[in-house]
Write a protein that binds this ligand. Structure first.
Ligand code: UDP
Ligand code: MG
Length: 330
């Protein structure tokens, strides 16, 4: 891969999705600015307002008013975290990109290490959590279980204990931009791209303000998206299950015939066994249909090929004033 780190000067794009993050946003931008000052590079901070219901947009516009590096991508409604990140990556114009949550759970200072890794030739430097503070035991357990399950089911080597906090070279982002699938699992898509991907370990912090926007319901949906967009193992599992059951019933049939030959009166005509058999196969068929349905549903959504997000306007300073503009490229 041709690598933008060979450039003498480079531009860093920080992309941060924001959903009801008004209270913490000024502190977030302040910490990011400190990092950019240390790096002493051209930069932009792309805040994607994902249809927040609080005054996130107003706070973001105010930050843009104070700093020409801040750009605000305002989505028409809430499209979800992964769509918001996609919008930000499409609008950003840097040579190297960093995805980071705007709630300060990902410490901005880690970006310094990521940039070092990039300068030594990495295409992707992903944040790997050493520990996670301020999370429930339930979230920690489900996350751990999920990443192990996903890795056992997919060929692409999606690293465990990572979020979307990562640095990516422009080449990687260009490939990502061409991947317009609807059910997005960005950390998996990035690892699918390949190239040199290195881990930068860090301690995940508790939120600076507000609360998580990922309740269990959303986490579960996200996990199903991840598995179905990276693996057909569930489909194959049904096939193996069916083959296993067919083999067993053939064996059982042979057994019944053999026993009948030896002792014709051995079996009392059984009502429970029939019911159990019917219910069992009903269950197997429902399961198979359900799993197939998951994939068909996703194909349906892909065939519709609707946009992943809709941008209301992109706001940034133009000749000293914050102005909104409808982007033409995306
Ligand atoms: N987020 C978003 N749209 C959503 C939900 C979340 O843009 O529908 C943003 C949110 O503002 C935060 C990031 O995505 O910057 C991660 O969300 P959150 O902190 O709620 O998830 P958690 O860290 O608890 O997994
Ligand atoms: Mg968070």
């Amino acid at each position: 891969m041709s690598h933008a780190a060979s450039l003498k000067t480079f531009k860093l794009s920080i992309v941060a999705p924001c959903y009801n993050e008004a209270p913490g946003l000024p502190e977030f931008v302040r910490r990011i600015k400190t990092v950019c000052t240390t790096l002493d590079c051209a930069h932009e901070i792309v805040l994607v307002n994902d249809g927040s219901r609080d005054n996130t947009l107003a706070v973001a516009l105010e930050l843009a008013d104070r700093d020409p590096a801040v750009r605000v991508v305002n989505l028409l409604r809430n499209f979800g975290h992964q769509a918001a990140v996609t919008a930000g990556l499409d609008v950003a114009e840097g040579d190297v990109f960093v995805l980071i949550d705007s709630d300060l759970q990902d410490p901005p200072e880690v970006i310094l290490e990521m940039v070092d890794a990039w300068k030594s030739g990495a295409d992707v430097a992903y944040g790997q959590r050493r520990k996670r503070e301020g999370e429930t035991a339930f979230k920690l357990f489900t996350a751990k279980f999920f990443y192990r399950l996903l890795r056992s089911m997919t060929k692409s080597n999606i690293p465990a204990d990572t979020g979307d906090f990562r640095l990516m070279d422009r080449r990687v982002v260009e490939v990502l931009r061409s991947m317009r699938e609807r059910h997005r699992f960005i950390r998996g898509m990035v690892s699918w791209v390949g190239g040199t991907q290195v881990a930068v370990t860090y301690d995940r912090k508790p939120r600076f303000a507000g609360e998580t926007k990922y309740p269990f319901r959303k986490m579960f949906a996200f996990a199903i998206d991840a598995i179905t967009s990276f693996s057909v193992v569930p489909l194959r599992f049904v096939t193996w299950l069916a083959l296993g059951i067919i083999s067993l019933t053939i064996l059982a049939g042979i057994g019944v015939v053999a026993v009948k030959l030896v002792n014709p009166n051995y079996f009392i005509p059984g009502y429970p066994s029939i019911i159990i058999t019917i219910v069992f196969f009903g269950g197997v068929q429902l399961l198979a249909l359900g799993i197939i349905g998951e994939y068909i549903g996703r194909m349906y959504e892909s065939v519709k090929a609707r946009p992943i997000y809709i941008i209301e306007q992109v706001y940034q300073q133009r000749s000293g004033r914050v102005e909104g503009q409808v982007p033409h490229r995306v």
